[in-house]
Design a binder for this molecule. Sequence first.
Ligand code: GLY
Ligand code: MN
Ligand code: MN
Length: 491
Amino acid sequence: MADEPSRVNPDAEAEADQKPIKQRKNGLYAAVSDELAENMKSGWADTELRGLTPVAQASHTAARRAELSARFPGERLVVPAGNLRTRSNDTEYAFRASTEYAYLTGDQTQDGVLVLEPEGAAGHTATLYLLPRSDRENGEFWLDGQGELWAGRRHSLAESEQLLGLPAKDVRKLAGALTEATGQVRVVRGHDAGIEAALTDKVTAERDEELRGFLSEARAVKDDFEIGELQKAVDSTVRGFEDVVKVLDKAQATSERYIEGTFFLRARVEGNDIGYGSICAAGPHATTLHWGRNDGPVRAGDLLLLDAGVETLSLYTADVTRTLPIDGRYTDLQRKVYDAVYEAQEAGIAAVRPGAKFRDFHDAAQRVLAERLVEWGLLAGPVDEALELGLQRRWTLHGTGHMLGMDVHDCAVARREVYADGTLEAGMCLTVEPGLYFQADDLTVPEEYRGIGVRIEDDILVTADGNRNLSAGLPRSSAEVETWMAGLRDA
Ligand code: GLY
Ligand code: MN
Ligand code: MN
């Protein structure tokens, strides 16, 4: 990497006062001789790919765009993928295309923008705006840090058209064209500042939020492709959990980081990434809902709460939690708490079916947890009154589940009446994840409870006649978990 033109090159600096100077994107300078510049223009083979097979989503994205088009007739709709974000100098964070863009196009490339241009009274023409192959004539391909010589070959516009089933144009002309254009326009905000700047005078926050809300709601019911991808995400996640059980001795010799790294390896080898920061919470860390530092000790006798999910190459994620005895056997008290959460999860899963209210599975799980808390003398009864006042929430802490899809908390900007207050339909996928958490400093519970945290989380598909647990490949009951761990450790 020492000769990267975007870094200071000693040879180049020595020549800088005699030769033309080209400025790099990060503000450093390197000289390029006319001879070298000329040399780099030619001698490259034609690598254009022809006869490409469309990506698997291509047959689904047209229907998704048609729904969007029907909802906003006569308006220009702009959906950006997003841009690279700089971490420092010429180093970038890993790029992940916006969910809205990937959902509507099947594409994941940075700087891409989908534009639905109104055509007549109803209907739109969809065009994908992308960065074309790097120009060899002007040197962009090797002089620019994002040129293909440094960042890797991109698809040509013609290749992208074949892969995605959409006409593709050069995105570098889009901002100017949008500035000039007239008429109603909406943009999905938060991904591409350049595109938003070009539209500043033409959009309103309220109308743009309606667009984002519509796309959030459109993703609630999954098509067959999406259900297949969610199952793939879960299957990889199951393997990732197995990986973790096999290395618990190494984690005990190091820290929770060993667990995080082990799961991440599975996610990167089989998928695109983890779908969210893994929660690898040993001992009392299990009571911290978003424990993400993962730098604590892993000790025999404690529980490990592992909440992790693989994101597939097509960007669908699993979201699974198991709470495991690090040495392979729950203590009596750990088992008592675990079994209560398991019972609550069973009640929650049983309440997932088409026609049920979204809240039903939460209410079912909370009732079981409140009953156990009253039974154990931690919560004053009667149960109905405790539930009415929500007093069990000191230890249950969070909602019992959420929609799952391309985002771990999918459909997050759907309207309340269609999500939290809505009704379940076949094709929806959601988590059922009750928990009990006794903080290490909670003086209202006997000392032996303090520092115990248990969550069990599964990914449940609503089917025509009930539900299917996509993560049934991982054991859930305390006895099954112990048998499964013993089997993996002996293997
Ligand atoms: N992993 C985040 C959640 O369970 O919602
Ligand atoms: Mn979840
Ligand atoms: Mn989770």
